[in-house]
Design a protein around this ligand. Structure first.
Ligand SMILES: Cc1cc2nc3c(=O)[nH]c(=O)nc-3n(C[C@H](O)[C@H](O)[C@H](O)COP(=O)(O)OP(=O)(O)OC[C@H]3O[C@@H](n4cnc5c(N)ncnc54)[C@H](O)[C@@H]3O)c2cc1C
Length: 461
């Protein structure tokens, strides 16, 4: 809905009444950063930004938006790179950063109950200080990414090979629905303990990968895991990508790894033509680590790879959490990057590596791919990354075209585009079973009849 200037100012006053003058704005200089992200998406206009501190404030914002028929876009850190928090139809960006309290760490049932603005950096630092024997799986994204934003997009991290993607690690959610009501999902709807999703109809899944179209999450319970004392890395180098599924099946069969990631890059030159498989191992004694390393060396050899000993300093660098990749956006000064992430069947990885590489070369971008095994080979997060110069519109357009072609490749190979930007969402919807779309649309129409929640995403109606 197009608002007149008088209306715009009147709405700003109402937003300020809810959160205070310092935390609501429609000034161009405040909105600028919310109209874009660090990926290749074209900037889009934002009408207001608001930063609530309490769930009651979120309720008031939602009720106001419903009354005035203004769109709402929930935002954690806005780090997806695929434009998911840039409003498609204008409206209010609800920046959750101020809701940053860790409410409870339940050591016995191993979960953290947190507000939606808690970042991976805040939670990790807190656990390291107060509960060094527990850990949470975090992505290799900058530590400003929120645990909630990441879990809600089916993210993954260093514990995902062992325990699945982050969406699966959610025990409970508190949601402000588009009508302003609070809904608790998981055991917390019955019990004081946020320890499990079942055994009741599991509605949490509806809120994962729906990109804020069904409500605003205000609290989340995420699983914590026991932390081993030692962690190390065994790197395998494979000349033939066809051996990657074989090696991964064997590693997961004997339960050796904490995390398995692999890289395919043309730069630096020594990496060209090889797949670098990084198997992270943990243990409580050096003997345990040595024994796992020995087994991996043998396994790499048997699957036509070789073990690569890396210098101590480099090893430390790779063992950082989040990994060095979180600085990847700065590889090209003044530049940017975006990747097509996808969920890919393990068996399709060799073809994906080869074809995504061809796409990079076609668009004159140095091939860079990174993958993470999720579960015991049940799924692979396959990402093809494209860098560009942000100051050069033609170069950004070039990257966008490469991203689009990779989106198509993912679907052709039987994979699914992950945290997909708008054009990728359209491709998914074109391929999706009509009854899946019908069901999702019906749910959405009931939950959000005025279509205020992040409209334009998953646009079926
Ligand atoms: C260098 C780099 C490396 C990365 N590596 C990884 C990786 O290893 N693994 C991985 O999973 N990701 C990775 N990412 C992607 C990034 O981590 C995730 O996109 C990010 O963690 C999402 O969290 P966020 O707080 O930025 O969410 P946002 O981008 O703010 O939001 C994501 C989506 O969730 C919705 N949303 C956010 N908060 C709420 C809420 N409270 N209620 C309802 N909806 C909400 C938003 O509307 C949006 O649709 C990487 C990104 C970069 C830049």
């Amino acid at each position: 809905m197009e608002l007149s200037i008088t209306n715009k100012e009147a709405i700003l006053r109402k937003l300020e009444d809810i959160v205070g003058q310092d935390f609501a704005s429609n000034k161009a200089e405040d909105l600028f950063i919310y109209s874009q992200d660090s990926g290749a998406s074209i900037p889009r206009p934002v009408d207001y930004v608001i930063m609530p501190r309490t769930v009651e404030e979120v309720q008031k914002i939602v009720r106001l938006a419903n009354k005035e028929k203004i769109s709402l876009v929930p935002m954690g850190a806005g780090m997806t790179l695929s434009g998911l928090t840039i409003p498609i139809k204008g409206g209010i960006v609800v920046d959750m950063k101020r809701m940053d309290q860790i409410i409870e760490i339940n050591k016995t049932s191993r979960y953290a109950l947190i507000e939606a603005g808690v970042t991976t950096g805040i939670l990790t630092a807190y656990l390291e200080k107060h509960h060094p024997d527990l850990e949470v799986s975090i992505p290799d994204a900058p530590p400003s990414a929120t645990v909630t934003g990441n879990a809600l997009i089916h993210g993954s991290g260093f514990l995902s090979q062992k325990y699945g993607n982050h969406g699966e690690m959610i025990n409970g959610l508190e949601i402000v629905l588009p009508n302003g009501e609070i809904c608790k999902l998981g055991s917390c709807c019955i019990s004081d303990y946020w320890f499990t999703r079942g055994p009741i109809p599991d509605l949490i899944g509806l809120f994962i990968s729906s990109f804020g179209t069904l409500g605003i999450a205000t609290r989340l319970s995420i699983k914590l895991y026991p932390k081993d004392k030692l962690r190390d890395l065994a790197v395998g180098v494979f000349g033939n990508p066809k051996m990657i599924p074989v090696a991964i099946s064997k590693i997961t069969q004997i339960d050796l790894a904490e995390d398995i990631t692999f890289f395919v890059q043309d730069k630096p030159a020594f990496m060209k033509g090889n797949v670098f498989l990084m198997t992270f191992i943990t243990g409580n004694t050096q003997e345990e680590i040595d024994s796992k390393t020995k087994k991996l060396k043998r396994l790499y050899r048997k699957t036509k790879g070789s073990y690569m000993k890396i210098p101590e300093e480099l090893n430390k660098f790779f063992l950082e959490k989040p990994m060095f990749i979180s600085t990847a956006a700065d590889y090209r000064k003044g530049g940017g990057f975006e990747y097509v992430g996808s969920f890919m069947p393990l068996g399709k990885i060799p073809e994906a590596i080869e074809k995504a590489r061809d796409i990079s070369l076609k668009y004159g971008i140095s091939p860079t791919q990174v993958c993470r095994v999720i579960g015991k080979g049940h799924n692979v997060m396959f990402a093809a990354s494209f860098s560009f110069n942000r100051a050069d519109p033609a170069d950004i357009e070039n990257a966008r075209n490469a991203l689009h072609e990779t989106n198509k490749l993912v679907l052709d190979l039987g994979g699914i585009i992950w945290k997909s930007e708008l054009t990728g969402q359209k491709l998914i919807l074109e391929k999706m079973d009509p009854n899946y779309k019908k069901l999702f649309n019906a749910i959405r129409n009931v939950v959000d009849p005025n279509g205020i929640m992040n409209p334009g995403n998953w646009e079926i109606r």
